[in-house]
Design a protein around this ligand. Structure first.
Ligand SMILES: C[S@@+](CC[C@H](N)C(=O)[O-])C[C@H]1O[C@@H](n2cnc3c(N)ncnc32)[C@H](O)[C@@H]1O
Length: 229
């Protein structure tokens, strides 16, 4: 089945309206059900080279709640751990940043369209994305992956897996009590999700990188690009 990318409601709703707030809360439950914090924590633990300290950059970080839960499970092998949360919406609450600080993390936010964001001058040990890349059609995605490959030696994405019957995901989201925005965006996300080696095929210069791409759990898709030594 072909990848179909359509707009998601959460991207255009004002962040303060109840439907948007509810949908962001749903996202955290979905991340928990899909085991995305643990999957990303394990992948970072396995792949982050201890001898190359640097900032972590999360793109499409939303309200930062995903990062906070990740930070409870993972700390890089250097101190102090630093991270930037980039999203086009300015929605990370001060209390979320304070909770990260209590865990020992120095976290800042960048409000920007990822395509327009200025590359960071300091070393970026890893860039990662959770439920984000599927927002973009292949041509834009290829530009985004090129930009990321120029900033870091390690890129990780956890995305929806494209399955033949996306409406099943809608039924499961309904069962766990998700709101109408999440039900719409969930089905749209699965249709725009990934399968096979679709992200590897869009990665620039595959010969200079180790690329891993696989199914993870029932509905997730993991992509890791690590620069070859
Ligand atoms: C489905 S949410 C995922 C949020 C977070 N990663 C999580 O798992 O909770 C996707 C996020 O991407 C952001 N986004 C969409 N297009 C973007 C762009 N071009 N640049 C930066 N952020 C963008 C949206 O504002 C939204 O917060």
């Amino acid at each position: 089945m072909k990848r179909v990318v359509q707009p998601e409601l959460l991207d255009s709703l004002p962040p303060e309206v109840p439907q948007a707030r509810g949908s962001r809360r749903d996202l955290q439950r979905i991340n928990w059900w899909m085991g995305h914090h643990g999957l990303l924590a394990r992948t970072l633990r396995q792949r982050l080279p201890a001898q190359l300290p640097g900032r972590l950059l999360e793109i499409g970080a939303g309200d930062g709640e995903f990062f906070l839960r990740l930070a409870r499970q993972f700390t890089p092998p250097w101190s102090p751990p630093r991270a930037t949360l980039l999203d086009m919406q300015d929605i990370v609450a001060p209390s979320t940043l304070a909770a990260c600080a209590r865990l020992g993390w120095q976290v800042d936010t960048e409000v920007a369209d990822v395509f327009a964001a200025v590359p960071r001058s300091e070393p970026v040990a890893a860039v990662f994305a959770n439920l984000f890349l599927h927002h973009f059609a292949d041509a834009a995605l290829a530009r985004l992956l090129l930009k990321m490959s120029q900033q870091t030696d390690l890129f990780i994405a956890v995305e929806p897996r494209r399955v033949a019957q996306p409406w099943i995901c809608g039924q499961l989201l309904r069962l766990i009590g998700c709101n109408a925005v999440t039900l719409h965006d969930g089905v749209v996300s699965v249709r725009a999700g990934f399968a096979g080696r679709e992200l590897s095929e869009l990665w620039p210069d595959p010969a200079g990188w180790h690329l891993t791409e696989r199914r993870a759990g029932l509905f997730s898709h993991l992509f890791v690009a690590q620069r070859a030594p």
